[in-house]
Design a protein around this ligand. Structure first.
Ligand SMILES: NC(=O)C1=CN([C@@H]2O[C@H](COP(=O)(O)OP(=O)(O)OC[C@H]3O[C@@H](n4cnc5c(N)ncnc54)[C@H](OP(=O)(O)O)[C@@H]3O)[C@@H](O)[C@H]2O)C=CC1
Ligand SMILES: O=C(O)[C@@H]1CCC=N1
Length: 272
């Protein structure tokens, strides 16, 4: 069976995370991957690093690739789609990773009522095969087509198929989520340094604490509050720290942050 060519319109951070995840895991041959980006330096970097191919314009992308990933910022998507008008037809399969933009906005801009498009929200841990992606498809995508695309994302992490109404919340939680986790880890490292630990030691301890806690939750299957209670010895250190987190509204801050990102995702799609 021959491998289909896949193309990326936009070769930025998230496209690179997907390309690296797919090529370095060995799950997709580099020679079947094409990228279109306005920056010659960026294209040179991507071809030199991942041995993939570059492509010059939308016409060449759609002539060469069976599946096209739209990986540009939501703010420039309509311009990109306008450039592709008359090139994209209802036989093509589009996969968009743009935050916020509803499937209906692509149908409207391209004036293709039976457009086949899958909207996906991945995240950058795709770089190391650990992405969390949620997918939703337009009604004209067959189950087989959805399965194939889901399988591509399965090569770089976990996937969930959801109704489109949930995609903004997914963006707020897992799309942007790595940034919140990185902030937390950064704070833990700095806290260790503030308490006198060497930065490298502090980094190693913080990373393993987060990784180990995730693994514990995965393996035990308990609610995080149960595991938190197990760490908190009576009259001990953890409960003293927890009091500070509670007082500062730590959990509410995280919930507010996810709500702000979810709201921004909705805003990006408004009027589109
Ligand atoms: N970063 C993340 O963690 C995630 C991002 N996403 C989504 O992925 C998409 C890309 O985001 P991200 O990778 O962060 O952004 P980047 O800005 O890193 O990537 C976008 C790329 O598209 C290029 N570009 C701009 N105009 C065109 C055009 N007309 N044709 C082809 N390429 C073009 C940009 O080039 P130039 O910079 O020269 O303009 C840039 O290289 C967004 O829609 C975002 O919502 C989804 C999940 C997670
Ligand atoms: O910040 C953003 O808009 C993109 C979408 C999700 C993660 N990064």
């Amino acid at each position: 069976m021959t491998t289909e060519n896949i193309g990326f319109i936009g070769g930025g951070q998230m496209a690179e995370a997907l390309i690296k995840g797919l090529t370095q895991s060995g799950s997709y041959p580099a020679e079947n991957i094409y990228v279109l980006d306005p920056s010659p330096e960026r294209k040179d970097f991507l071809t030199a690093t991942y041995n993939i191919n570059t492509i010059e314009d939308c016409g060449a992308a759609f002539a060469t690739c069976q599946k096209i990933f739209l990986a540009v910022k939501p703010q420039v998507m309509s311009l990109v789609l306008q450039n592709c008008q008359g090139i994209i037809n209802e036989d093509h399969l589009l996969i968009t990773i743009a935050a916020g933009l509803p499937i209906s906005s692509y149908v409207k801009t391209l004036a293709l009522p039976r457009l086949k498009i899958i909207r996906v929200m991945p995240n950058t841990p795709a770089l190391v095969g650990q992405s969390a992606s949620a997918l939703t498809a337009s009604p004209y995508v067959s189950q087989e087509e959805l399965d194939k695309v889901q399988n591509i994302f399965n090569q770089i992490g976990t996937t969930t198929v959801l109704e489109e109404c949930h995609l903004d919340a997914v963006t707020g939680l897992s799309g942007s989520g790595p940034a919140y986790v990185f902030s937390f880890i950064e704070a833990l490292i700095d806290a260790g340094v503030a308490e006198g630990l060497n930065r490298q030691v502090s980094t190693n301890l913080a990373l393993q604490t987060v990784a180990g806690s995730v693994e514990l939750l995965r393996q035990n299957g308990e609610h995080p509050a149960v595991e938190r209670a197990r760490v908190s010895s009576p009259g001990g250190t953890t409960i003293a720290a927890s009091k500070i987190l509670e007082r500062s509204g730590f959990q509410a801050i995280i919930m507010d942050a996810v709500a702000a990102a979810t709201e921004k995702s909705k805003e990006l799609g408004k009027g589109k």
